[in-house]
Ligand binder design. Structure first.
Ligand SMILES: [Zn+2]
Ligand SMILES: [Zn+2]
Length: 176
């Protein structure tokens, strides 16, 4: 996976939030990307990025600036996947999501435990960044690592895995 330029409509964080709400209300197939300043997918290294991608209409909006819109990102992720997505299944006595923990999740936990800065990407089947079109891909990057550290690829939407990863991520980011 390499940094690549892509076409998008420049947007403010408020524009991104409004677009996400509009796409959700319209029932469109859409998703977002959190692009850290050193993210391999970020076409503007050094800036924080927030991308809203509508695979129904082909619209892509993107914010790039120095301010980290982490709270809005959490809101948008919850809008897309449901409020539970940022809560560990273990925290609400949910199902046995951890019984067959995939390697990527263990990897993310290990990075968190060692205090490393990391982030992930949920790449939907129609996503412009997905190296496995038609399938779901979750990638894990360690800050400054220069390469994707791990990938979890599946045919079904990996809700249980994503939920644990999002929980770890937003907790680490201080908005868990
Ligand atoms: Zn990244
Ligand atoms: Zn995408």
């Amino acid at each position: 996976m390499e940094r690549k330029a892509f076409d998008y409509a420049p947007a403010t964080v408020a524009d991104c939030v409004a677009a996400a709400e509009r796409f959700a209300a319209a029932g469109n197939d859409w998703h977002n990307h959190v692009l850290k300043p050193d993210c391999l997918l970020n076409p503007h290294p050094g800036l924080y990025g927030l991308v809203i991608e509508n695979t129904t209409t082909g619209e892509i909006l993107a914010y790039f600036d120095k301010i980290n819109p982490i709270a809005e990102e959490k809101y948008i992720v919850e809008l897309r996947h449901g409020k539970n997505i940022t809560q560990s299944a273990g925290s609400d006595g949910g199902d046995a999501a951890k019984t067959a923990e995939p390697a990527l999740l263990g990897h993310a936990r290990a990075l968190t435990d060692e205090g490393a800065d990391w982030h992930h990407h949920m790449l939907m089947p129609g996503c412009i960044f997905n190296p496995n079109p038609g399938r779901y891909t979750i990638t894990l990057e360690k800050s400054g690592g220069g390469a994707v550290l791990d990938s979890h690829i599946s045919d079904d939407e990996p809700d249980a895995v994503l939920r644990e990863v999002e929980h770890l991520f937003f907790t680490k980011e201080g908005v868990g």
